[in-house]
Design a protein around this ligand. Structure first.
Ligand SMILES: *Cc1c(COP(=O)(O)O)cnc(C)c1O
Length: 429
């Protein structure tokens, strides 16, 4: 499969080039040149298939034979190791829990897959491979854990000293092995500047292969299709219309769902659920896309004012808003409603939502018409947001084992001034 840039459809890169580059030279995002339709035989017995098997079938057209089939099977088996259960919480409404990975958030899916694909593509390079990640909190954990123990790649996480929560810090400072953490005596902006500077340093780049494994990489997006098929497999026998609600920030998750739809996934409608950062619902309604500065909300992983994957979403529909409206409905949820939903759903069903899942649930309830089956995606474990969740449910949220493991380990970090010379010295030694 070849990939083009959303800024220039004439560009054609191999999957290896697209994954290593991450972003196209013209600043566009990579898209597959065709979206293949899966054969009917794939859907026939999909409910009998395990997650890695579904992943292999769905992703194979994009990654093989560039990656040999047997190696690719190993990659999906290494990436899709945790459970993604679908739980029915009330009549015709189920939740797809995407938070059972190492950092208790759905980004583990994309990060684990990207890490293994990248490791394969860079294995023949003559330089050591470093992933540099500046983080203000959650990204560091997802990247570090995605690459943990992955052969041939070292990860360096840069974070502002004293400015991330202890829980976040432990997710990337306690792993060891191929993961190191640089505790920068400065701000998140300093960390980002250091990373950018390192990418521009010729001497450094002639000795080492530096990459950012960032969130717009196509190999982080495509594996997110897999769980939409998996959810369908659970509900296939219901034989009714399927509506899927996706809590959205940068819109990678929803774009993956839409590409899955183009591959033949029998979904009737997607709901794009946002917090009050609602530029995409606004676009769906008015046809005007007006990026703006993001506002802080309780669903903070969705506080995005100019979603990076919006260009991909447009691209899938050939820029035609009417087509987009036929498949996607937008819905906006404010903080007050997030709180009320967490409380009401707990009182009525006993299910504990996190603020992001609460947005998706609210939007689904508002837009789904009976007798359709509704699924909403829960993207983070409620224990990641103890304050608001415990306030609304009046219940102590048990911390999942994955999160406890980190808390009991010792932090190891290198404290460093925000100095590009010091960073360079660290990387070269
Ligand atoms: C990143 C994130 C989202 C938003 O996903 P996008 O693909 O950026 O739309 C939603 N919920 C949680 C918990 C996240 O971490």
């Amino acid at each position: 499969m070849k990939f083009y840039s959303t800024n220039n459809k004439e560009v054609r890169l191999s999957v290896k080039e697209a994954v290593i580059k991450g972003l196209a030279s013209d600043n566009g995002l990579f898209m597959p040149e065709v979206i293949p339709v899966l054969p009917e035989s794939f859907f026939k017995n999909i409910e009998q298939r395990e997650l890695p098997e579904i992943a292999f079938e769905v992703l194979k057209p994009f990654f093989t034979p560039d990656i040999p089939e047997n190696k690719f099977l190993e990659i999906v088996q290494g990436a899709f190791t945790f459970d993604i259960p679908l739980k029915n919480i009330e009549n015709s409404i189920s939740v797809l829990e995407l938070f059972h990975g190492p950092t208790s958030a759905f980004k583990d899916v994309g990060a684990r897959f990207l890490a293994r694909v990248l490791s394969w593509f860079v294995k023949d390079l003559d330089r050591e491979v470093y992933v540099l990640a500046a983080t203000s909190g959650d990204t560091g954990g997802a990247v570090a854990n995605g690459f943990y123990n992955v052969e041939g790649v070292k990860v360096v996480v840069l974070y502002p000293s004293g400015m991330v929560s202890e829980r976040q810090e432990k997710q990337f400072t306690t792993l060891g092995n191929n993961i190191s953490a640089l505790e920068i005596k400065g701000t998140f902006d300093d960390c980002q500047k250091l990373v950018k500077g390192a990418f521009l340093d010729e001497e450094l780049n002639s000795k080492l292969f530096l990459t950012s494994a960032n969130s717009i990489n196509i190999a982080r997006l495509l594996p997110q299709m897999v769980y939409y098929f998996y959810a369908y497999a659970w509900l296939k026998n219901k034989n009714s219309d399927l509506v899927v609600s996706v809590p959205s920030g940068n819109f990678g998750n929803l774009t993956a769902g839409v590409i899955a739809y183009k591959m033949g996934l029998p979904v009737n409608r997607f709901v794009a659920a946002t917090n009050i950062n609602d530029v995409v619902p606004q676009y769906l309604e008015t046809g005007k896309y007006t990026p703006r500065t993001s506002v802080q909300t309780l669903a903070n992983a969705m506080d995005v004012g100019d979603p990076s994957n919006f260009v991909r979403l447009l691209d899938v529909f050939g820029g035609d808003r009417e087509q987009m409206n036929r498949l996607i409905s937008g819905y906006v949820v404010d903080d007050k409603t997030i709180k009320k939903t967490i409380k009401d759903v707990y009182d009525n069903t006993g299910y504990v939502l996190d603020p992001h899942g609460a947005c998706a649930y609210t939007a689904l309830k508002a837009l789904k018409k009976n007798p359709a089956e509704g699924v909403f995606l829960a993207t983070a474990h409620p224990a990641k947001f103890p304050k608001v969740v415990e306030e609304q449910t009046g219940k102590t949220i048990p911390v999942p084992e994955e999160m406890k493991k980190f808390m009991s380990r010792n932090k190891q970090s290198f404290v460093m001034n925000p100095s590009s010379t010091e960073l360079k010295k660290f990387l070269m030694k």
